[in-house]
Design a protein around this ligand. Structure first.
Ligand code: C2E
Ligand code: CA
Ligand code: CA
Length: 458
């Protein structure tokens, strides 16, 4: 009998141990599936579930969902290695946890994006919270022996204004974060008109495709005047959309959207074809006007673009030196390798390369070492200040000197009065562009301008 009891006790102990082991194993699995291993924070699914519970428990309490993104994290990972990258994310998570004590939950939404549920934060009082987050990131992070300064982008969505369920609130904070890339203060609150998924914009995109086949687009030309010769030598091609119901639309209202949704490619191809045709036409008329065409960073991702431009030049028998491609300085910051590789291939075609909006990209100028750039276009924010601000005038003058030393010509954008023209001439600036000479004009108006303007004789 005592043997039976002993066997029973041993068997039940084994069973209990097995159950306990299973329980701990299950618990470990649960932790692994709901917590992120790198940051030890709740993962996206866990955050989503907790937010859903929060909404059920406190339906009348306002709050904010805040997406915090580490800017240029892929570049940091590339430069310092994944081990340091992971450690850095862990440090960020710990610092957020230690400092955002009012937050009821902090999670990791994506590789470099953290997500916070902040009770009592509303669209009236969120600025204080924004400042607090900026303060958290004002000190560098020390990982092993490396000190790393981080820039952050912040997106806010608010309950109940922006939605009453977890999914739209998280998605809208994330969209606001995306829009924050273009904001000087590095934050945005969700706004329907900045939402690329907004219905109005979706319909705009299908209209864009339609518009190309219906000839709703036109190229306007703005003179680039040679200040030394005193007349036009080039034009910049600027796209216009004459929408059947919305009226004339400026490129700023549809180019960024076309970029985001992959529709820019066809627009660029259309513009290149028509701009090159027009340039050839002027060449045949012995006008010899160079044409500048804007390329966006998304165009540079199109590997076939240099081949396409090459074949257009050949087909229309154009002197390639008459074509200039304008690429914004920020493209070299956003996608440095892509931009440098693509521009190298474009330069091989014999065309000119121009750096647009120069001075606004916070750039290290290192791309200038690597690329034979022909032209710098000083951003209009500089040009418009040279007559009022001595310091800006000095910056412009030394930029022109530097560009000339490197064999580049300089175009000042946004020239709006005679005083500016005289000062630019004094600084030996090569070309001027702006409303003082002319607004961008339709081909008909431009040809009239050519015939009548004192700057129009070539
Ligand atoms: P951007 O390349 O910097 O073009 C110059 C913009 O400044 C033009 O605006 C022009 O109308 C405006 N502008 C010219 N002179 C003056 C001036 O004296 N004062 C002021 N305040 N503005 C002046 P627009 O045509 O609305 O184009 C805006 C931007 O849209 C362009 O900036 C360019 O980045 C983009 N864009 C225009 N056409 C195209 C295109 O065909 N493809 C691509 N990718 N982007 C384009
Ligand atoms: Ca331009
Ligand atoms: Ca520009």
């Amino acid at each position: 009998m005592s043997d039976c009891i002993a066997i029973f006790l041993i068997a039940s102990s084994i069973l209990l141990l097995g159950l306990l082991g299973g329980f701990f194993f299950y618990k470990k699995l649960l932790v692994q599936s709901t917590y992120d291993a790198v940051t030890e924070l709740p993962n996206r699914i866990n955050f989503f579930n907790a937010l859903t519970q929060h909404l059920l428990k406190y339906p009348t309490m306002p709050f904010a969902i805040i997406a915090i993104g580490i800017d240029r994290f892929p570049q940091i990972n590339q430069a310092l290695g994944y081990q340091i990258g992971d450690r850095l994310l862990n440090h960020v998570a710990q610092r957020l946890k230690a400092n955002l004590n009012e937050a009821s939950m902090i999670g990791r939404l994506a590789s470099n994006v953290f997500i916070v549920l902040a009770p009592e934060v509303t669209n009236q009082n969120f600025k204080k919270y924004y400042e607090k987050i900026m303060e958290i990131f004002s000190q560098p992070f020390s990982v092993y022996t490396v000190n790393i300064d981080l820039d952050v982008l912040i997106g806010f969505s608010f309950y109940p204004t922006d939605g009453n369920a977890a999914a739209p609130l998280i998605q809208k904070a994330d969209l606001a974060l995306y829009a924050a890339r273009h904001s000087v203060d590095r934050f945005e609150c969700y706004q329907e008109n900045k939402d690329p998924h907004h219905r109005n914009k979706i319909s705009l995109m299908s209209e864009l495709r339609e518009g190309l086949t219906q000839n709703e687009f036109q190229i306007f030309y703005q003179p680039k005047v040679n200040l030394n010769k005193g007349h036009i030598t080039q034009v910049e091609a600027l796209i216009r959309w004459f929408h059947p119901t919305r009226g004339e639309m400026s490129p700023d209202s549809f180019i960024p959207l076309a970029e985001e949704t992959g529709h820019l490619k066809n627009l660029t191809l259309w513009l290149l074809e028509n701009g090159i045709k027009q340039c050839r036409l002027w060449e045949e008329q012995k006008l010899s006007l160079g044409v500048s065409i804007n390329l966006s960073v998304k165009d540079l991702l199109n590997k076939k673009l240099p081949i396409y431009i090459g074949s257009l030049i050949k087909e229309h028998k154009l002197d390639p030196t008459l074509l200039t491609l304008e690429i914004t300085e920020s493209a070299f910051m956003r996608e440095p390798h892509v931009a440098i590789d693509a521009t190298r291939k474009l330069i091989q075609l014999g065309v000119n390369l121009s750096i647009d909006d120069f001075g606004t990209g916070y750039s290290s100028l290192s791309y200038l070492k690597k690329l034979p750039v022909n032209e710098l276009k000083l951003d209009k924010s500089f040009t418009q200040d040279i007559v009022h601000t001595e310091r800006v005038a000095q910056i412009v003058q030394s930029t022109i000197r530097m560009a000339h030393t490197l064999g580049m010509t300089v175009v000042a954008e946004g020239v709006s009065d005679e005083k500016t023209v005289n000062l630019l001439k004094h600084f030996s600036c090569d070309l001027g562009q702006g409303y003082y000479f002319s607004q961008p004009l339709s081909i008909k108006d431009f040809e009239a301008w050519l015939a009548t303007s004192p700057w129009g004789k070539t």
